[in-house]
Design a protein around this ligand. Structure first.
Ligand SMILES: [Fe+2]
Length: 425
């Protein structure tokens, strides 16, 4: 049977988990910091938010906290799409990338049957409003709440699109989109100094008569676009000396994030509410996690050597067991390119440890797709969705986060084989 609409999808639970290799390059010492500098913005004092019941629904006293009732479900499934990266040109020509976006998201939704959809940024490649509206229309048609964060390519710096302030209006015009701008002044965009919006919270809650509790809180953050690391502020913090200009979280965002988890914890059955972070650009913690988990014959801090190795030695398929250090039996996935994280430790690792966050999920690097469980935190690279920009077979699809009633989470990669150009069988 051969049809371009054919879908053969499989669930990959553990691609590479066993390790028997020698420790050729032991990981560098991990020295997370907790006092990152604050660039270009004044400190913002973030108060705790509060929740209350209104007509049987949980309501927050700030507009950027959205509460979703788990109801009588046994589990809550979230399907994530990453780096769709549709551009004006794709919409104008209705080319393969354009058509594939509709087909693959539809297929993945029909398979996953999600209760919520998230998008980890780079919905567009250029901030084009036509491309964004096409994606929003598709997301809204699925009839479940959907929650996006901005990626660096959503910044109109990369094309002829509109600023994210206008993209915000587009998102908020769609009925099922639960995107919020969030508080002002947390961060600023490099080019024009305007506020970097799109930091908000989604709580999964349980309501029982006059009582309620937060099962899990999700913190959505705008990881920004680009940053000027030639600023003297970063002088002692640069670590691998490449020319990366991917933005990093700002101290204000990190303080805000910690307060958001503390706020939800007021309504948790335990002292600390389970929490997860959803954003676009990987944090520096991904370097700690990968450096600890992978045993590769190059220094993982040497990003150029790493890229050569990744592309030539493991192009098709996952890393074999020889690439994993011992003990990572609950981790899996592939890393085909170096992490596009900022060349700077932004302080998020310590913050996540401090408030007990157990996962972070990002996109950005299209051919990386893994979950490394490191120091109690799941460092998740979401599956890249669609054919926009660069891709690689076996890394295209969606990522499912399944939340149990007790707030615990598990992750599943959903591969999409429906693109006949990649998988002509
Ligand atoms: Fe990106």
């Amino acid at each position: 049977m051969k049809t371009s609409f054919r879908l053969v999808s499989i669930i990959i639970c553990a691609l590479a988990v066993l390790c028997s290799c020698s420790e050729l390059f032991p990981g560098h010492p991990v020295t997370p910091i907790d006092n990152p500098p604050l660039r270009n913005v004044p400190d913002v004092d973030v108060p705790l938010y509060t929740l209350h019941l209104e007509d049987g629904k949980v309501v927050a006293d700030v507009d950027y906290v959205v509460n979703i009732d788990m109801g009588d479900r046994d589990e809550f499934r979230i399907l994530n799409f990453a780096d769709v990266q549709l551009e004006a040109e794709d919409v104008a020509s209705q080319n393969h990338e354009y058509q594939f976006m509709f087909r693959t998201t539809e297929n993945l939704v029909s398979l996953a049957k999600p209760n919520m959809i998230t998008l980890t940024g780079d919905q567009t490649g250029d901030g084009d409003p036509g491309a964004l509206n096409a994606i929003c229309t598709q997301m809204d048609s699925f009839g479940v709440p959907w929650a996006p964060v901005y990626g660096n390519h959503d910044d109109s710096y990369y094309g002829s699109g509109v600023p994210i302030s206008q993209q915000s209006e587009i998102y908020r015009s769609y009925e099922n989109c639960i995107y919020r701008d969030g508080p002002a002044g947390l961060n600023r965009i490099l080019e024009n100094g305007s506020d970097s919006i799109g930091n908000y919270v989604v709580n999964l809650v349980a309501v029982d008569g006059d009582e309620f509790h937060v099962i899990r809180t999700f913190i959505f953050m705008n990881s920004g676009s680009r940053e000027d690391y030639s600023d003297p502020l970063y002088e002692d913090q640069r670590w691998y000396g490449d020319d990366s200009s991917d933005a990093c979280l700002n101290r204000n965002q990190i303080e805000w994030y910690k307060q958001m988890v503390r706020s939800a914890s007021q309504y948790s059955v335990d002292d600390v509410v389970p929490s997860g972070v959803i954003m676009h650009i990987p944090t520096f913690g991904y370097v700690y996690a990968a450096s600890a988990a992978f045993s590769i014959p190059v220094d993982i801090y040497d990003w150029k050597a790493w890229n050569v190795y990744a592309y030539t030695q493991s192009y098709y398929g996952s890393f074999s067991s020889m690439h994993w250090r011992k003990g990572y039996t609950d981790s899996y996935g592939v890393m085909h390119e170096f992490m596009g994280c900022p060349p700077y430790e932004e302080g998020m690792f310590k913050a996540m440890k401090e408030v007990g966050t157990d996962f972070i999920m990002v996109g950005h690097d299209h051919t990386n797709s893994f979950n490394i469980k490191y120091d109690g935190i799941n460092f998740v690279y979401a599956m890249k969705t669609g054919r926009g920009s660069y891709t690689m077979p076996l890394t295209i699809g969606g990522t499912i986060i399944t939340v149990a009633k007790d707030g615990s989470v598990s992750f599943t990669n959903l591969l999409d084989f429906s693109d006949a150009a990649y998988y002509p069988f």
